[in-house]
Design a protein around this ligand. Structure first.
Ligand code: ARG
Ligand code: ASP
Length: 716
């Protein structure tokens, strides 16, 4: 081999992988537009993002706290996932009117139901504010000092940018603080539920299918944004009218075939693509396995109780889904990273990086030292991370414990109030119990969780690292954590529905009594122990790690020629593009790139509980009345996969074809592919998209809400 080829092969680990990347829309023209064109994209960069003209960005929104939604009509109709609307739908549901179980579709605007607390956020513009954020930051300062002036600058800049407008603003660091961008947003708060399929369809396959391909759930729900007469955000009011968006996506019924260009426009939450081998090793060998193990125990207890009756099932539905989701993701991530030999690949990337400086002794020295620092810091960090996980995933995994812990600030504010100082007592008291109303809490279930968690904690945490109070309680109960749990649950007001409901009226009067509550005492001791012995050190290391990552990132960007580096996901607007693509799962298994309703029926026939559907769906399937939604061969396609690089937060994102038409809604990834948060592997990282034809078929034929299609722009 020639030297050139050897050098090229050697550097391959530094080069980006095909289809990898989450790009900032305002920079797409400068960075990727040529490549997108080459891959088949037909529109202009201005049609993707413009601050002067209506563009796609005006139809992509942050849905609630952590999902994406897209506008699909000029009357403010938005489409997102069922699992994104889940909290809102569950919030509107009661045992009598169970919209989760039965689904809901408004048949007129009047039947659209306001969802308290739900928001939809649009991005008005994005601006590079790096220089402004770093004003007055001195290189020689400690990371902590730098951080505090940066935070100060950010607050000021956000305030100035907001000015007297009704707009909101936020600034986020990119590339570990090498750059900063400002986002000016418009937040709508009158959001109403338009329609959602029954859970048996929206969440068909439940936890069995979650994070798994092939998929058959119609994971969608629809909402409508309401605005005041000036088309501006307004609190809920009967006078509000459907919002008129600047842009809405046309919907194509043409589908997508293998190899077709696709792009996903949304708000990916968090990725860590530039971690070093030391961090990945910690993740695979310690963090993921421990978190998985702890969650498994809680999930089993919840699942058993949810099977008991509908009340318990509804009570725990949202919480179970949340706990299960990350649990399964971590499991898949571990698998994928091991299968890809990720740690060694990262090591190779690091040595390739150092080898770039064969002719530059100073840089070689600098970056070798940097890698040494990474190694050292992670060695110190690992035991802290373990302790922290035993706090958050084990002790704080007991709902009652966490809930009682929330009262620490309530007591603190009350003390201020009693001392005649300025205080937020009323507000924090109201916020202290996220589980209120208590219909969302079952004492017996939580007591079982408490027993399991305390036993696990005692078995795995060295007494010298335990909160003294907990250690002595365990000693008092002669090591019997079950009896300790029984005691706590028998004697605490915080987890007792009746007592706790009184608590809100008499809290101030009986505060001294509540402060002596055994569960509160224990929670407060646990919290303060971790706040003192673990959190400050973790924060210190996190800051140091960010600084090291910042230098590494800068090193990569400055020295690796021909590679465009995308910033890690950070909850801001991004574009990712790729193709419809199948993949090889394991040896001997090839996964096709799409599924059809046939597969749903096949799964249903297994009789497994997670594959239950109502007879109505099976009847419709038998009639094969797929109308304009059918594929050429008369089948109804349900989902497809592609090589778009996505992550949590991308759920609900519009999946667009080469002409910018909506062909589906992003909702998940394949199991092994979840490693893409740390390392994207083009061979098997796939995003899963709900085919929009399945969505519309459900709306039209299943729910009988075909009238909604009249306001959409459908391309046949
Ligand atoms: N795995 C998908 C995403 O992270 C869907 C989650 C829906 N929740 C569930 N537990 N099934 O978030
Ligand atoms: N299901 C995820 C979400 O809710 C998407 C993913 O992680 O791929 O955003």
């Amino acid at each position: 081999m020639t030297r050139k080829i050897v050098l090229y092969l050697m550097m391959l680990t530094l080069v980006g992988r095909a289809d990898e990347g989450m790009w900032m829309p305002q920079l797409i023209d400068a960075l990727n537009f040529k490549d997108m064109k080459k891959n088949g994209f037909k529109l202009t960069a201005e049609q993707i993002y413009s601050i002067n003209k209506a563009s796609m960005k005006d139809a992509v929104a942050i849905f609630g706290g952590g999902c994406t939604a897209e506008v699909i009509s000029n009357k403010g109709l938005i489409l997102t996932n069922h699992h994104c609307g889940y909290g809102a739908i569950a919030g509107l549901s009661t045992v009598e009117k169970d919209y989760l179980k039965n689904g809901y579709f408004a048949m007129t605007n009047n039947e659209e139901i306001y969802c308290k607390g739900l928001t939809v956020t649009f991005i008005k513009r994005i601006e590079d504010v790096t220089a402004k954020v770093l004003t007055n930051v001195k290189q020689e300062w400690s990371e902590k000092s730098k951080d505090s002036i940066i935070q100060f600058n950010i607050k000021e800049l956000e305030k100035t940018a907001r000015g007297t407008t009704q707009l909101e603003t936020f600034i986020r660091p990119f590339y570990y603080g090498n750059e900063y961008y400002l986002f000016v947003t418009e937040v709508f708060t009158d959001i109403r539920l338009v329609g959602a399929p029954p859970e048996s369809i929206g969440k068909f396959g439940r936890e069995t299918d979650n994070w798994v391909w092939p998929r058959h759930n119609a994971d969608f729900s629809m909402f409508r944004i309401y605005a005041n007469r000036e088309n501006k955000p307004s609190a809920f009011s009967a006078d509000n009218v459907p919002f008129t968006p600047a842009y809405s996506f046309p919907i194509s019924l043409k589908g997508a075939e293998k190899g077709d260009f696709t792009m996903v426009y949304g708000f990916p939450g968090r990725t860590q693509e530039y971690l070093t081998s030391y961090a990945v090793e910690l993740l695979v060998d310690q963090q993921d396995p421990l978190r998985v193990e702890l969650r498994e125990k809680r999930l089993k207890i919840m699942a058993e109780d949810m099977k008991r009756n509908d009340t318990l099932r509804l009570m725990y539905a949202t919480r179970y889904a949340g706990v299960a989701n990350a649990y399964k993701k971590w499991k898949g991530e571990m698998l994928g990273l091991k299968k890809s030999d990720a740690v060694n690949k990262k090591k190779k990337t690091e040595s390739d990086f150092i080898n770039l400086f064969a002719n530059d002794a100073a840089k070689k020295e600098k970056y070798s030292a940097l890698m040494g620092q990474f190694q050292k810091i992670y060695a110190d960090y690992a035991p802290l991370s373990r302790q922290y996980d035993y706090f958050t995933e084990c002790l704080w995994g007991i709902d009652g414990m966490r809930m009682a812990g929330n009262f620490i600030t309530v007591f603190a504010e009350l003390k201020k109030k009693q001392a005649g100082k300025e205080n937020k007592f009323g507000e924090v008291l109201k916020n202290a119990t996220p589980l209120i109303p208590f219909r969302n809490y079952n004492k017996e279930t939580d007591k079982k969780i408490c027993k399991s968690m305390l036993a696990t904690y005692k078995a795995n945490v060295d007494p010298s690292l335990m909160p003294n109070y907990l250690d002595s309680m365990i000693t008092v109960y002669k090591g019997n954590t079950d009896e300790l749990s029984d005691f706590l649950f028998a004697n605490s007001s915080f987890i007792d529905n009746k007592k706790a409901s009184v608590m809100f009226t008499d809290f101030e009067v009986n505060a001294a009594l509540y402060e002596r509550d055994p569960l509160y005492q224990l929670a407060a001791a646990i919290y303060s122990h971790y706040q003192k012995t673990v959190v400050p050190q973790m924060t210190y290391y996190d800051r140091e790690i960010t600084q090291l990552q910042k230098e590494y990132m800068q090193g990569l960007r400055e020295n690796v020629a021909n590679r465009k580096f995308y910033p890690d996901a950070n909850g801001t607007m991004r574009i990712t593009y790729g193709k419809v693509a199948d993949y090889n799962g394991r040896d001997g298994i090839e996964y096709k790139h799409y599924t059809t309703l046939d597969g749903l029926v096949e799964k249903n026939k297994t009789g497994e509980e997670d594959y239950f559907v109502k007879q109505r769906l099976l009847d419709l399937y038998d009639k094969k009345d797929f109308g304009m939604y059918a594929d050429k061969n008369g089948k109804l396609r349900t989902a497809f996969i592609g090589s778009n690089h996505t992550t949590g937060g991308n759920s609900g994102s519009p999946v667009l074809n080469k002409s910018g038409e909506l062909i589906g809604t992003n909702f998940d990834r394949n199991w092994e592919g979840t490693m893409s948060d740390v390392m994207y592997n083009p061979a098997f990282c796939r995003n899963i998209t709900l085919d929009v034809r399945y969505t519309l078929w459900i709306v039209d034929k299943y729910a009988g809400a075909g009238y909604l299609l009249n306001e959409m722009k459908i391309i046949k």
